[in-house]
Design a protein around this ligand. Structure first.
Ligand code: ATP
Length: 363
């Protein structure tokens, strides 16, 4: 059996982060171990709690360790009662995305049998689409004010660049092509925008169709973001790969999480040219922290996405096998139909879910 070694920096963050991160790391490690992978997990501190204690949310030394790792496994950061002087929440994961240029926020919406879902239509029980949220620019480019701010006016500048859009669209077309080759999706990329109102979005759409010419084998389309939200509830089974502006992607991702059953079910990845962060779509869930109710599924599935990424970037097929095994263990645990997380109205807390997935993984 081949042995590959990966350095992973783990950022448990705040709220429910520390409760679900360490046990999820153990499952990722076990999945990899079964296929000869060796990991060095280094737990690193960053987040709102650290800011409250020290005045620094993400010490430079910790950032540099994360930047040097093969991948970053992050849970969530930020707490409502800990804020910067301008009133915004302490969320150094946003800075991480910008500094490491993690432009492609991959937000898959893939449903699993056995998980109660909000839409009754049988076609909504088998969803498999991906939002690609641009994660470094857009309306989140300048979240902390603007030179035109005054006592009367407050601004946030929406800025996009052709360079980042090009990368985002290339990523999206390659993903749609790959999904199609693997028998998933419709070989379709749909640009989600507001090109009828915002000139920046009009330009983004033009850049999108220029990029589409580089992928003549993949279909290209566009849709307004408001109508996309409508379709995500009305007929989400028609969706495939959808690149979009940062804030639109942020909002649509939460809607997609609901289609998967809940916040605790939705994994994600933020990918750049040289680095990648894997983290659940949810936040720190301060309302349930310390109660043993947090659902670790999204964190575990994000770990599976991390293994897949390592397989891809480092050309290690065993990492793909580990990813597939971990994903199958999660699916098998839910397929029985008796694993109902607290957030979905059931009684299964963090431990019950971890145990059920762990049993399937070592079966
Ligand atoms: P952010 O702005 O960082 O995305 P948020 O404040 O919008 O965070 P979350 O922290 O994700 O939102 O919480 C939204 C709701 O979802 C809360 O009621 C929370 O308890 C619930 N929730 C989030 N994650 C989980 C989880 N893993 N398990 C169970 N419930 C969760």
């Amino acid at each position: 059996m081949t042995t590959a070694k990966f350095d992973i920096v783990v950022l448990p963050g705040d709220g429910i982060g520390p409760e679900i991160t360490a046990p999820s790391v153990r499952l990722v490690e076990e999945a990899g171990r079964q296929f000869g992978l060796d990991f060095r997990f280094e737990f690193v501190e960053a987040g709102a709690e650290l800011y409250a204690r020290s005045g620094v949310a993400f010490p430079e030394e910790n950032f540099q360790r994360a930047a040097a790792a093969d991948a970053i496994y992050l849970c969530a950061m930020g707490l409502p009662h800990i804020r910067y002087p301008d009133g915004t929440e302490v969320g150094p994961q946003h800075d991480l995305r910008k500094r490491l240029k993690l432009y492609a926020g991959v937000r898959p919406c893939k449903t699993m049998p056995g998980v109660p879902l909000p839409l009754a239509d049988p076609r909504a029980q088998k969803l498999d689409f991906v939002i690609i949220r641009e994660s470094t620019e857009g309306l989140f480019a300048f979240p902390r004010g603007h030179e035109l701010d005054s006592d009367e006016y407050a601004h946030n500048l929406l800025r996009i660049s052709k360079t980042v859009c090009d990368k985002l669209f290339d990523f999206s077309f390659r993903l749609a092509r790959r999904r199609h080759q693997q028998g998933t999706g419709q070989n379709l990329v749909t640009h989600i925008d507001k090109a009828n109102v915002l000139s920046s979005q009009h330009r983004a759409r033009q850049w999108f169709y220029e990029a589409a010419k580089r992928y003549p084998d993949v279909k290209a389309a566009h849709q307004y973001v408001d109508f996309c939200a409508f379709d995500m509830v009305r007929k989400p089974w028609v969706l495939d790969v959808m690149p979009t502006e940062n804030q639109y992607g942020d909002i649509l991702s939460d809607l997609a999480s609901a289609l998967m059953g809940g916040m605790g079910m939705a994994p994600s990845a933020d990918v750049g040219d040289d680095n990648a962060v894997f983290q659940p779509c949810h936040g720190t869930a301060p309302d349930i922290m310390g109660q043993g109710k947090a659902n670790p599924t999204a964190m575990i599935l994000s770990g599976a996405m991390m293994l897949e990424y390592l397989g891809d970037r480092k050309n290690v097929p065993a990492a793909y096998q580990g990813a597939a095994k971990l994903t199958k263990a999660v699916e098998a645990a839910y397929a029985k139909g008796d694993l109902l997380p607290c957030e979905l109205g059931g009684s299964c807390g963090t431990k019950a879910i971890l145990d059920a997935i762990g049993r399937e993984l070592t079966r």
